[in-house]
Write a protein that binds this ligand. Sequence first.
Ligand SMILES: Cc1cc2nc3c(=O)[nH]c(=O)nc-3n(C[C@H](O)[C@H](O)[C@H](O)COP(=O)(O)O)c2cc1C
Length: 305
Amino acid sequence: MKPVLSVEIAGVKFNNPIMTASGCSGYGEELADIYPLSILGALVTKTITPEPREGHPPPRTAETDSGMLNAIGLANVGIERFVSEKIPFLKKQTTKIIVNVGGKTIKEYVELCARLNDQDCIDMIELNLGCPNVSEGGMQFGSDPKMTERVLKEAIAVCSIPIIAKLTPNVTDVRVTARAAEQGGASALSLINTLVGMSVDHETWQSRLTFNRGGLSGPAVKPVALAQVDAVYSAVKIPIIGIGGISNYADVIEFLLVGATAVQIGTALFVEPDAPILIMRELSAYMKRKKISHVTDMIGKIRKF
Ligand SMILES: Cc1cc2nc3c(=O)[nH]c(=O)nc-3n(C[C@H](O)[C@H](O)[C@H](O)COP(=O)(O)O)c2cc1C
């Protein structure tokens, strides 16, 4: 019997639980040169902002032990070029499309959602409430529960596309912002975004990133991400999309067991762009070996001491 990998979030049916993470495959065009995007559960775009952004000058990435630091600074084409230049490509894709957006103010988030609401190829919108690499907006929203609730309420009022709140891990208790997002009407939560970090060259005494601080991602953050998904799973009723250091099928299973319905793969795509294909194959083989008929049978089934 072929294991069933499909999952459903807010009425949207995904062929499998494997999504790309925002910022790690642009708007999908480069990935589509390697394999058909239809093999993915969903493609998540780079964060789109109202105006185009150049981002920070290089160096804006640095390698760390078991991970990477980035301070890209939300470089993106801006909403108008996204609609005119990227949407036509996304419209041709048969995979689910999740557009990630970010703003400096609540008004900016709301305007972005209203603009995207006109586009018929978007299955979900993900609000980036936790980018640590910009001076304004981003993390201010994600670390303030009142702002989190308000931005969701106001976005939902202008947009009928289901909204995912992407949470920052850079808070004392992620359950507080998770509950605020649920209260605001989020259809789902995704976590984690990157952890604030820094890297210094001891020979030159030079900071390795022009922005000095950056966001840590990759295998180094997986234990933090698992703990936060586990905490949020018992605090809210809406589905969770797990993110953080996933690079193989075993990582995916760990996230499902602590309560994720689906997962996103970020940094691993830079190492191995076809990681999702390998992960899917091995996930199916694991389920056959363990006689698990549906991937959803694993959600939240961790055996705790
Ligand atoms: C180079 C890079 C750029 C990123 N850009 C974004 C972004 O634009 N918006 C966003 O919400 N998250 C962004 N992220 C965060 C990822 O989507 C993801 O939440 C994080 O990297 C943890 O997952 P990972 O360990 O699998 O990479 C970025 C991450 C990296 C490494």
